[in-house]
Design a protein around this ligand. Structure first.
Ligand code: FAD
Ligand code: SIN
Length: 596
């Protein structure tokens, strides 16, 4: 049997249950393969690792086991298929399967479900802080004394939506671009985005007869942000939003489904047809465009220090590769697109102590070290104290249940079976209301018509976090909700829908009655979701210092910046933010670099 057939047979046995997780007791690839393969089956002749993406080594995995899609086709385990995840891009085998250390499921860094996965165990983050890295003075000095390992016009730090938008846009504006990402996978928080991307005055809205305007989106955004947003940044966000939808669409995105998210006066949240999650799609399209442009993308590579010339302008960045160690990249412009810090509860709790110990919706790399890098480079910060909780994380498994479920008609009830809030109010208000209910949790309740309206719901059902029953009474009994009250609440809500007016909680949008097929419930409570504050930028994405002066050559876009969303971001406004400010940063940085 050749190696590939041997590997496929093993996979098949595993799927069929003939081999259990115990058969995979070897916790790393080297031990697992020790009897069949020699080192050169995975490694280059030189014995060195190929690069921080481990391109050669991952290519070897694929030679035997097939592409991720091929492996996925063999490993569906009912509830989940770890190889068919919500991750965009080319996910490397080594993201989870380690060569010589313990293999761990990257999924486990965020989730824990009630089913077994091989290589289970908490994903370890051994990421020293930026301050700690500064103690590695000798290694850093040696790297800086050497010639730059690469020279580009624009270096983009972070592979979320802002980073990819910036990279593609900088390239299209004539720059030589490199993009670095500290995680083993691309996409940051952006890949997790579910509900959609807000924009006003789009062709997609017009096709559906939705009457929206720059003024209305501005008003909603400012109101949602408690009027603490920087109006100059909101102007860019809103006025360029339809252009950003067009830009994405031209590059291959499908944003034709238009729904409603909290705090919006009209339907302006754009997502793929059928209601699939927006983030993985947007990142995939951006990634494909970056690949088409042959942009140099380096994973497992952390930006640790912005380097400046004696006149204070940027000359590059010191980076640290997971395997290659420190080196520096010469660049005329550096764009920080490093995202927020929602997953770093120490940092969150220092700024907002009432969020201490809260779970988070964020990806594991949302630790905020981009803020430390920026601060070290002299950047001013704003609004760091404003941290948003998303109202609806499933208590089981920690899955963020998109606001679009409410936008498409779900209601929120408490354990007593009563509604208690306008379900599509801004999320700060919805989250606060849930925390006041019995046990600090609530239940999202919907029927088959809501389920059919949003394909994202199928994912939650597959993960086993959405119990269902055929009547509200039975559902109540199953979930420990007062069944009689729940029955009455749904009947009354349906009357409100028929009358077109929510006289109880003034929900402005009542898309459908809940009276079709089965009833579903997801128990939820709030989790840390978005960090509104960050580096201070002007309306050209230039990062400012504490005197309000531009730091020449340093740009910021996306969740790492402050000011766009004020004290509270509206659902759907972040994807708009990252695409709009990302592409602007790319354009401005490329033009700046061309003049150097
Ligand atoms: P990210 O996408 O987080 O990317 C930043 C990247 O930089 C990360 O990959 C990170 O690892 C990397 N990085 C950090 N530091 C360094 C460093 N020093 N060196 C190298 N790389 C570094 N918003 C919406 O508008 N609509 C939605 O439907 C929506 N749904 C969401 C669902 C979830 C579960 C979450 C968590 C957020 C959601 N949001 C949504 C918010 C939105 O996804 C984020 O605010 C946005 O994607 C942030 O994009 P970004 O590019 O700024 O940062
Ligand atoms: C969600 O889909 O509920 C999250 C949307 C957002 O954060 O904008």
């Amino acid at each position: 049997m050749n190696t590939r057939n041997f590997a496929l047979t093993l996979s098949a046995l595993f799927v069929a249950g003939a081999l259990t997780t115990n058969a995979f007791a070897a916790d790393n690839l080297a031990d697992f393969h020790a009897e069949q393969l020699s080192c050169d089956a995975c490694h280059m002749e030189s014995g060195e690792l190929s690069n921080d993406n481990l391109s050669f080594e991952n290519g070897k995995c694929q030679e035997c086991h097939g592409t991720l899609e091929e492996v996925a086709a063999e490993t569906d385990r009912g509830n989940y298929n770890a190889h068919d995840s919500h991750f965009p891009g080319d996910v490397s085998c080594t993201a989870c399967h380690a060569g010589h250390e313990q293999s761990l499921n990257y999924c486990d860094s965020c989730h824990s479900f009630e089913f077994d996965m091989p290589y289970q165990g908490k994903w370890q983050r051994n990421e020293p802080s930026i301050a700690k890295l500064q103690q590695q003075a000798d290694e850093r000095k040696a790297a800086l004394a050497a010639a730059p390992a690469a020279s580009v016009d624009v270096l983009v730090v972070g592979s979320g939506g802002a980073g990819f938008s910036a990279a593609v846009s900088a390239f299209d504006n004539g720059a030589k671009v490199m993009l670095i990402e500290k995680e083993p996978v691309i996409g940051g928080n952006a890949k997790l985005a579910a509900g959609g991307m807000n924009a006003a005055g789009t062709k997609q809205q017009q096709a559906k007869g939705i009457d929206d305007s720059i003024e209305l989106m501005t008003k909603d955004t400012m109101k949602g942000g408690r009027n603490l947003n920087d109006p100059a940044l909101v102007k860019v966000l809103v006025e360029d939003s339809a252009g950003s939808v067009d830009w994405m669409t031209k590059m291959g995105a499908d944003l034709s489904d238009v729904g409603r998210m909290g705090g919006a006066s009209v339907n302006r949240t754009h997502r793929p047809t059928g209601g699939a999650g927006v983030g993985a799609h947007v990142v995939q399209v951006l990634y494909d465009n970056a690949v088409e442009r042959n942009i140099d993308m380096r994973l497992n590579t952390r930006g640790v220090e912005v380097l400046k010339d004696s006149d204070g302008s940027v000359k590059g960045m010191l980076v640290k590769g997971k395997y290659s160690g420190y080196y520096w990249v010469e660049a005329d412009a550096v764009i920080l697109a490093t995202g927020g810090f929602g997953k770093n509860n120490d940092r969150v709790a220092k700024l907002d102590p009432k969020l201490k110990g809260f779970r988070a919706t964020n990806h594991p790399g949302a630790t905020g070290d981009g803020l430390d890098v920026a601060a070290e480079a002299g950047a001013a910060m704003q609004d760091l104290q404003y941290i948003q909780a998303h109202p609806t994380l499933s208590t089981k498994g920690g899955v963020m249940v998109t606001e679009a479920v409410r936008g498409n008609g779900a209601i929120l009830v408490n354990r007593e079976g009563k509604r208690f809030v306008n379900e599509i109010t801004t999320r700060d208000k919805a989250a606060a209301a849930i925390l006041k209910q019995t046990g600090g949790t609530a239940f999202l309740i919907f029927d088959d018509s809501v389920r059919k309206s949003l394909s994202k719901i199928e994912k939650y059902i597959k993960l086993g976090v959405v119990p269902s029953q055929s009547t509200p009474q039975q559902l109540g009994e199953k979930m420990g909700i007062d069944g009689a009250n729940l029955t009455g609440t749904i009947a009354h809500y349906n009357e409100l829908v028929a009358s077109g007016k929510d006289t109880d909680f003034e929900r402005q949008q009542l898309p459908r009655a809940l009276n079709e097929g089965n009833y579903y419930a997801i128990e939820v409570n709030p989790g840390v979701h978005h960090t509104m504050g960050g580096v201070k930028i002007d309306n050209q994405t230039e990062i400012l210092d504490s005197n309000g002066k531009v730091i020449d050559g340093l740009y910021g876009a996306g969740e790492v910046t402050g000011g766009v969303h004020g004290a509270n971001r509206l659902g759907g406004n972040a994807i708009s933010d990252i695409v709009t400010f990302g592409r602007l940063a790319g354009e401005v940085a490329a033009k700046y670099a061309a003049k150097q």
